[in-house]
Every structure is written in C-alpha cells, then in structure tokens.
Design a binder for this molecule. Sequence first.
Ligand code: FES
Length: 71
Amino acid sequence: MIVCVCHRVSDKAIALLASEGKSFDEVQFELGVATQCGKCEDCARHVIDKCHAQASMAQQGWMPIALSMAR
Ligand code: FES
C-alpha cells in the first residue's frame, strides 16, 4: 500500500526502516515521507509505531497470536 502519494513510498518501505529501529524523523529524512503535503504523516507514524511495538514484544518473548496458535 502506498502511504505517501507525493513521494510514492509504501508501507513496506517505511516498515523496513522502522524494523531497523529508525525513528519517524530518520524515516522522513531517508524516504521523504510527510515532506510535501504532509497528509501521510499520521499513517507513516502509525506504521512506524506498529513496527516498534512488534519489535518490543518480540524482545520480551511475545509473539503474534497467529504464530502462537500455530504451535
Ligand atoms: S502524501 Fe506524503 S507528503 Fe504528500
């Protein structure tokens, strides 16, 4: 899904950087999200926050429900 129409940045591209631990400002600098019209900022922040939350849960030994039920 395209998050930033102005710079054609996908949620996957944002998630990749977020999964490396990068902040919104770092993602914005590298990909240009929310640097033109700014309408994508909330969505981009949501993608980053979700990735950081998942990484935090993984570090604490939590796993997504779908994975835990597959065992
Ligand atoms: S949609 Fe991202 S800056 Fe316009």
